[in-house]
Design a protein around this ligand. Sequence first.
Ligand SMILES: Cc1cc2nc3c(=O)[nH]c(=O)nc-3n(C[C@H](O)[C@H](O)[C@H](O)COP(=O)(O)OP(=O)(O)OC[C@H]3O[C@@H](n4cnc5c(N)ncnc54)[C@H](O)[C@@H]3O)c2cc1C
Length: 375
Amino acid sequence: MTSTFDVAIIGGGINGSSIAYQLSKRGRQVVLIEKNQLACEASSAAAGMLAAQAEIEQDGPLFQLALKSQAMFRELASELYETTGIDIEFVQKGIIKIAETDAIAEEIKKQVTFQQNWDPDIKWLNAHELHELEPSLSPDLPGGMYLPNDGHVMPAALSKAFAKAAIHFGAEILENTEVLSFLYEQERVIGVKTTFGDIHCHQVVLATGAWAAQLLQETGIGITVYPVKGECFSVKPETPIIERTIFSDKRCYFVPKRNGEIYIGATQVENTFDKNVTLEGIAALAERAIQLVPQIKDARWERVWAGVRPQTGDGLPYIGEHPFKKGLFMAAGHYRNGILLSPVTGKLVAGLLEGHPDEHLLSSFRIDRNNKMVH
Ligand SMILES: Cc1cc2nc3c(=O)[nH]c(=O)nc-3n(C[C@H](O)[C@H](O)[C@H](O)COP(=O)(O)OP(=O)(O)OC[C@H]3O[C@@H](n4cnc5c(N)ncnc54)[C@H](O)[C@@H]3O)c2cc1C
């Protein structure tokens, strides 16, 4: 192993791997350090929606970041396939954000007008049009917003493709290696202390998802990053029953994958790192799923899983440089949209480390935007 790296990235989830890819492609000597296995946490639990406009309902820095990242997927999918042979299963058949009541329909119609500013193809579907497009949806639904250009990917495949592409460009990957603390020379970070010894480098990126606050605490900064558990299940109907992603609200959506499986998510349980799947969570999700797509009750059961989303105090990710520890950077707290945001996160962090930050995009995601000094 190289003894001194240009950059050590802590956390082998989708964001750490995307950053490793972008930096190694630019010729930097990178080591990616993961305490368990690559993509073993949120990055393999996600449904993989790229739902910038279904998830985010108002303009602002997160919305703009999400749109920018969403637009990168088509090219990224072929770039990663050419470099690694991994197909991230990018599907762009659209999302329908359904209304369950007339009152919600009125709210969503206002959303259509707003969202058309960014994509004129977005439109409102009345009940008849909705059922023509997706006949398996409950006949009780009054309509929905159709986002024809939206899509989804396989999150674990994307995460592994980023890592494999990084290896292709010379990155080293250390799994089963936990970073315990930072190494300093005065106020500069010069490496990390791990369970297998010290690793020296010129720059460090903290990309540890829901675990990000712990290591940062020792640097004298207190930020709020906390876990929000999400439980999901999947089924496989004998023949496809929905073609597009169906998004009811943040607690119930259906994502039809290329292999015929439908991912159905997800519960929201705050402040727990426990990834056990509960009968209560899955039963409530299944009940709603059958109400919205009645035919789903006959589909073959496939599997259940859970993961931990990294939420922050103000709902925005932290992407930036440490305010007073030189050489230390962070990219964590992507909450419900870390798969969607991973391409742009990799590029932004690479630019930042190379000394040409995109100040305009990054300014709202600074580490010191609302933190407390802890000593
Ligand atoms: C049920 C569910 C559904 C979701 N659906 C979507 C979706 O449809 N679309 C979307 O865009 N997003 C979705 N998300 C959110 C998305 O999964 C996350 O935002 C994203 O995976 C976060 O990636 P990350 O790389 O920042 O963190 P993680 O994937 O959590 O990776 C962080 C890594 O850091 C490692 N680590 C922690 N501490 C250390 C240490 N000290 N040393 C070394 N390694 C360490 C961990 O082991 C972990 O592997 C969903 C999440 C869940 C749970």
